[in-house]
Design a binder for this molecule. Structure first.
Ligand code: LLP
Length: 440
């Protein structure tokens, strides 16, 4: 039985996280419930920072807030000295409301709106990661109108395909993201940004994919980025101050997943950057990375209450829980796999082969196919570890199911950082149809 972070089995034979008995958390805050192991998140942040400190490089570790963006998480990232990657006005607003220092915010996105760009300009964020020519022109215009010189990185697609699910790999040439390197568009965009009076080109960015277990993808991407920097120096004299290699560092969801440690990823990246730049006779830039999943993924556990159990003799036993694809879309969307425990039966033998069903009106709403658990019954608490990244972040209200609460646990204390939605929240933006106003 694999235990992440501070998770352990306590004297009562219950799953405990951050010194809190999960059955008590379920009792106190209701289910489904997202439980985050705060110390574990902080340790992850520190591991990335420490590895960079030891490398001698200047760096920024920007937490990719898309993985889990809330006021509390932005604050935690700020306290740990991280920077922040945001991809929408909503994530930017969350960061600013959390008091996150604007100069450590990096703004991503392949279709930033004029309003979003203006909002980020007004907040004086640290850097725009410009994705395409449309944005480049709009940003230049708005920066000029605001009388500002705006720092930019250009997101480029170096033509690297990370070994991961198709929908979460982004570095290949045929991608909706970034300026294409192979066709020369990236170099062209760099020259435009470099020559612009209202933009300050810091360097280039690439993100090759997500849930990556090896370092080869990063190494190939770095070599291609440095090649691009070399061309930029030769053709218009640009010297890069920053190389951003994105996020995508994997975590262990299930047995057989073999991620590297933050140290190992950082070591491989810093070594490759040093070697490639030396080879190209270019000065060493700052290295920026953008881990999302690897900061929060394995620190989050979802607690559910088991309800109906349907056994079809000789076929399958369906154990249904009080959540599903509304709080964790990943199994339905990516066939993502998870492990599970019965939090109140941690010492009992796991010899019952079951499948965990969500409660949505949809056959595809299955959280886990074929998992061995102790024999459970209605009212038991099912714990699904590793739901901290892209769980709450992708939660939705399908079937008008309310979103769960989120608690941070540490040293035996639990803090609600997101309240559970109420039924009133569900209809909050609805308005009754008023036929009197219909024009004929
Ligand atoms: N930087 C950029 C530019 C990205 O596009 C992403 C993720 C990250 C950083 C963070 O990647 P991470 O370290 O979290 O792997 N919803 C999918 C993941 C989508 C990732 C999108 N971009 C999932 O649930 O697996």
């Amino acid at each position: 039985m694999y235990m992440h972070g501070t998770s352990r089995i306590n004297e009562r034979g219950h799953l405990e996280i951050g010194g809190c008995d999960t059955t008590e958390l379920a009792q106190q805050f209701g289910t489904p419930l997202y439980v985050y192991d705060e110390a574990f998140i902080r340790n992850k942040c520190r591991a990335f920072v420490k590895a960079f400190e030891e490398s001698g490089f200047k760096f920024q570790v920007a937490y990719a807030s898309k993985a889990f963006s809330t006021l509390a998480m932005c604050k935690l990232a700020e306290e740990e000295g991280l920077s922040l990657d945001v991809v929408s006005g909503g994530e930017l607003y969350t960061a600013l409301q959390a008091g996150f220092p604007a100069d450590r915010i990096h703004f991503h996105g392949n279709n930033k709106s004029l309003e979003e760009i203006q909002m980020a300009l007004d907040a004086n964020i640290g850097c725009f990661v410009v994705d395409n020519f449309y944005e480049l022109a709009m940003l230049e215009e708005l920066a000029e109108a605001s009388n500002k010189i705006v720092q930019v990185l250009l997101r480029v697609t170096p033509g690297v395909e990370a070994h991961t699910h198709e929908y979460i790999s982004t570095g290949q040439q045929d991608s909706k993201f970034g300026f294409d390197v192979l066709s020369g568009q990236a170099l062209q965009a760099m020259e435009t940004a470099y020559r612009s009076a209202s933009l300050k080109l810091l360097g280039v960015h690439s993100h090759i994919g997500s849930q990556i277990f090896e370092t080869d993808g990063f190494l190939i991407a770095i070599a291609r980025l440095v090649d691009l920097l070399k061309q930029a120096r030769e053709s218009f004299g640009f010297i890069s101050e920053v190389l951003n290699v994105g996020g995508g560092f994997g975590i262990r969801y299930v047995e057989g997943d073999t991620p590297l440690s933050p140290e190992e990823y950082v070591k491989a990246i810093t070594k490759a950057v040093r070697e490639e730049l030396d080879k190209a006779s270019l000065p060493l830039p700052e290295i920026w990375i953008e881990p999302g999943r690897s900061i929060v993924g394995d620190a989050g556990t979802t607690l559910y209450r088991i309800g109906s159990i349907k056994e079809i003799p000789g076929v399958r036993k369906y154990v249904a829980v009080d959540g599903g694809m509304t709080d964790n879309l990943r199994p339905a969307l990516y066939e993502a796999r998870y492990e599970a425990f019965i939090a109140n039966r941690m010492k009992e033998e796991a010899d019952d082969l079951v499948s965990i069903a969500g409660k949505c009106c949809e056959s595809g709403d299955m959280l886990i196919w074929d998992v061995k658990l102790p024999k459970g019954t209605a009212g038991d608490i099912l714990a699904v570890p590793c739901t901290g990244a892209y769980g709450y972040a992708m939660a939705n209200n399908y079937n008008r199911i309310a979103k769960p609460a989120v608690v941070f646990v540490k040293d035996g204390e639990a803090d609600v950082v997101v309240e559970r939605e109420s039924l009133n929240d569900i209809i909050r933006h609805d308005r009754p149809l008023n036929r009197q106003h219909v024009h004929r």
